[in-house]
Design a protein around this ligand. Structure first.
Ligand code: ADP
Ligand code: MG
Length: 384
């Protein structure tokens, strides 16, 4: 990263301010697993200059040079992380800016997409020794809020929920399914636990416990939660003094989403038994893909209502929000097909434009429902 990073970041910030910023898309390659090595798998992905991803079936220098001239197997993202990349580096490059935006009173969201076993949960949650984006973001949020709060008062609320089989559940307080309701703020899950966090230390344990509450696959003992989407929402509220020394409240929301495995439901075993679940998982991920396609094509109607996941992500995709996507991939040639699908999906996601802007402190943030009214509001805000 080093010297070029600042330049890149500056470029990204200016590109990302104002109306119609696009979604930032990153790719993270995980290391080859011991099991894969033992089974004789070869590496079929090569990352060059922390940006370009070459999909090869043979990853030698010569093959790479040859493939460079071939079209269709080369992808470029905002950054691509080789398997040596640390959790901290992933956090700093993908999410640190969003935390900054949340502290300015905006919303932000990060989601991990990819096949089961590609490294989504490792990236989002991580381990005790190597905490992931969720934990590092909260740590950073706490540190910055303490520095900036003008009166020492601040509130950080966490909620952690799951969408499994088109049912929404509270991961911090498992029980009956939650009902989604639309109110002024957007879609809310009625009765969802808002956990007030006081320090980073308690957060990792809380999230790990929540993660254990994710619905496990009874038929696939070693693969937990491959069909469930986990959504962590962090709402931060604190007070600052504005230029006129008035005390103003700042509230921002960060959503961190560990999506279900993107592999096709039909490719998994037990297809007849679990066809209902398969269909529903397809429904959520298909709905997400349809929304992405509709947004890319600039359609007026975006089909958010087609699934619980897209209802919950409505303000993260097309609304007033900064969105980051991390596509996780495996290096193994055994996963070649899935990796190719993930890279194509991520490539498509690069084209989405979202409406991100800096709200005026005094302005009440009432976001109009229709896209036309939103555009009008954005123009007005720009004039000021
Ligand atoms: P997913 O959530 O996409 O199904 P996981 O995050 O559970 O995949 O990753 C599968 C396995 O690979 C886990 O054992 C995880 O610890 C390991 N793993 C994933 N990414 C990395 C990484 N960047 N470095 C080290 N181990 C990783
Ligand atoms: Mg997982």
């Amino acid at each position: 990263l080093g010297a070029t990073k600042n330049g890149q970041e500056l470029e990204r910030i200016s590109e990302n301010s104002g109306v119609g910023s696009r979604i930032l898309v990153f790719v993270r390659l995980r290391p080859m697993a011991k099991k894969e090595k033992e089974a004789g798998s070869r590496c079929c992905v090569r990352i060059v200059n922390r940006r370009d991803v070459y999909l090869t079936e043979f990853a030698t220098e010569n093959d790479y040079l040859r493939l460079k001239r071939l079209r269709g197997r080369h992808f470029t993202f905002d950054a691509s992380f080789p398997d040596s990349t640390t959790q901290q580096e992933v956090y700093s490059t993908t999410t640190a800016e969003l935390v900054e935006a949340v502290l300015q009173g905006r919303n932000g969201s990060v989601f991990c997409y990819g096949a089961t076993g590609a490294g989504k949960t490792y990236t989002m949650l991580g381990t005790m020794e190597n905490p992931g984006v969720m934990v590092l973001a909260i740590k950073d949020l706490f540190a910055k809020i303490r520095q900036r709060s003008c009166d020492g008062n601040h509130v950080v609320h966490l909620s952690y929920l799951e969408v499994y089989n088109e049912t929404v559940r509270d991961l911090l307080s498992p029980g009956r399914p939650l009902v989604l309701r639309e109110d002024k703020q957007g879609i809310v899950a009625a009765g969802l636990t808002q956990y007030r966090a006081y320090s980073t230390d308690e957060v990792m344990a809380l999230l790990q416990k929540g993660n254990q509450n994710r619905t496990t696959e009874p038929t696939r003992v070693n693969e937990t939660s491959s069909r469930s989407h986990a959504i962590l929402q962090v709402v931060a509220e604190y007070r600052v003094k504005d230029a006129a020394m008035n005390i103003v409240n700042r509230v921002g929301k960060l959503s961190l989403i560990d999506l279900a495995g993107s592999e096709r439901a039909l490719a998994t075993d037990q297809r007849t038994l679990r066809s209902l679940e398969g269909a529903n998982i397809n429904r959520s991920l298909l709905a997400l893909s349809s929304c992405i396609n509709a947004l890319v094509e600039g359609k007026k109607h975006i089909p958010y209502r087609n699934s619980k996941l897209t209802q919950l992500l409505k303000d993260s995709l097309g609304g007033v929000c900064n969105t980051v996507m991390i596509a996780n991939i495996s290096p193994s040639n055994f996963s070649f097909g899935e990796t190719q699908n993930t890279l194509h999906w991520a490539d498509r996601a690069k084209e989405i434009r979202t409406k991100a802007f800096q709200p005026n402190e005094e302005q009440l943030l009432e976001v109009p429902e229709s896209e036309a009214d939103q555009a009008k509001l954005l123009l007005e805000l720009q004039k000021e």
